[in-house]
Write a protein that binds this ligand. Structure first.
Ligand code: ASP
Length: 451
């Protein structure tokens, strides 16, 4: 049994629905379909999810919302009309949206999640209706019916372990099941969405719960590229990548697969295939537990901006028991999570996501560190980008670091920080965010000289 997930661009229009239906019906093992909301049809188009967020915000602001409501409906009207589906499909969407607004209009957070999730929810119904029209036995299955139990924090759902057993029961169903991505239901019976881009997470949870033989994630690229294709022409296409490599690259800016989506499939060891809805014949990229090592030590290079580093100096730091804990405790009490902690003999840095340190927090953190830890010096360095070089083969290859630093040096990129985890699957460089793209390009050319 295969679980197939289609992203927003794969379902943006009636034409795209036709392609999706051909893919689903072309393989009898494709029994469960997870869908996103209709995405962008062209560069400047607006995703349905964003239209729904605008609608929710308009209602929350107490403004007239007819126009925002009709903007959402228009996206579904175009699809339903193109596919020649029954008028009732559209009137049901109108009724459902109106109902949700009425039910939740006095609770901002719940209204936001109820509307935000409607793009996926209604799209799943449209897909089930279309497959049925084509003569395929298909049903819409709501996350509630599927047993997608999640935590209750609006916009930040986490799956609850019992959901996997509930989902397993769907194996007994014989028809094609269409499940909306991006949200689940909490024990309090609230609709709760995953973080943005979370339909990948649903797909992965469903594939893990059903113990699928494969999770096919259809998007709009032929494969995962070794570097952002907007930076390098014709970049290397990956045939295979391990879960670990994908996790590292997703963390550092690879948008092709949501980083939180890996955990469920990793735990159940379900292989993932990233494929292109617009070119389904292409083999795609397999994400697997282990891969046969090839000659290339590096598989991917990525960068992500928006980090800052707290740099502090304290003599004999290494002899003070509990110093690191007390430093991290200050961040903990400020509600801040950290990313990395590179350190030297008498100094230590803590790298964080910049957005967490706003609204006066910077001054408070610095003065607490000065007072509570009695440091010689502490400062914050903003505008940091992390550039990640990833590949399982790096562990067996001598000279990767020297090649990388030489490439960065030749390109005139100043390295502010180097970090390598014990797994040796990745090497991380902190650079000024203005240098991030140049750093990625120069590293790519150093490690992929033939592409
Ligand atoms: N539609 C949601 C979003 O735009 C979820 C998804 O597409 O994965 O974030």
């Amino acid at each position: 049994m295969k679980v197939v997930k289609f992203g927003g661009s794969s379902l943006a229009s009636g034409e795209q629905f036709e392609k999706v239906a051909r893919i689903v019906t072309g393989d009898p093992e494709r029994r469960v379909v997870v869908v996103s909301a209709p995405g962008k049809r062209f560069e400047d188009d607006i995703k349905t999810t964003d239209l729904l967020i605008t609608l929710a915000n308009t209602i929350i602001a107490g403004d007239a919302y007819t126009e925002a409501f009709e903007d959402v409906l228009e996206r579904f009207t175009a699809i339903v009309t193109y596919l020649g589906l029954d008028e009732a499909v559209l009137s049901d969407i109108r009724t459902k949206l109106t109902e949700r607004i009425e039910t939740y209009k006095h609770d901002e957070d719940r209204l936001m999640d109820a509307l935000k999730s409607s793009g996926e929810n209604e799209n799943a119904k449209v897909m089930a209706a279309y497959l049925t029209k084509l003569g395929t036995k298909a049903s819409y299955v709501s996350p509630d019916e599927a047993g997608m139990l999640v935590t209750d924090e609006p916009g930040n759902a986490r799956i609850l372990p019992e959901a996997y057993d509930h989902l397993y029961r769907l194996r007994e169903r014989e028809e094609v099941l269409v499940i909306p991505g991006f949200f689940g239901y909490s024990k309090e019976n609230n609709i709760v969405t995953f973080p943005r881009g979370g339909s990948d997470i649903t797909g992965s949870i469903v594939a893990a719960g059903l113990q699928a033989s494969l999770y096919e994630n259809f998007t709009d690229v032929d494969s995962v590229y070794s570097v952002n294709p907007n930076l390098v022409e014709n970049p290397h296409e990956m045939k295979e990548i391990t879960y670990r490599e994908m996790r590292e690259l997703a963390y550092s800016g690879f948008g092709v697969f949501h980083d939180e989506a890996l955990l469920p499939v990793v735990e159940k060891k379900v292989p993932v295939c990233i494929k292109n809805t617009n070119h389904p014949e292409a083999p795609g990229t397999m994400i697997v537990d282990n891969r046969v090592p090839d000659k290339m030590p590096v598989l991917g290079i990525a960068s992500d901006k928006g980090f800052l580093s707290i740099n502090l100096t304290k003599y004999l730091m290494n002899r003070q028991v509990g110093f690191g804990r007390r430093l991290l405790e200050i961040l903990e009490t400020e509600g801040i999570s950290f990313e990395h902690t590179p350190s030297g003999i008498d100094n230590m840095s803590v790298i964080l996501r910049e957005h967490q340190v706003q609204n006066g927090k910077e001054e408070r953190i610095l003065s607490r560190i000065r007072q509570e830890l009695d440091v010689v010096d502490v400062s914050i360095e903003r505008n940091l980008a992390l550039v990640m070089v990833v590949g399982e083969g790096m562990a067996r290859t001598v000279g990767v670091a020297s090649k990388a630093t030489a490439a960065l040096g030749d390109a005139g990129v100043n390295i502010k920080m180097i970090n390598q985890g014990s797994s040796e699957t990745s090497m991380m460089f902190g650079v000024d965010d203005r240098d991030a793209n140049l750093a990625v390009k120069s590293l790519y050319h150093a490690f992929f000289p033939n592409d």
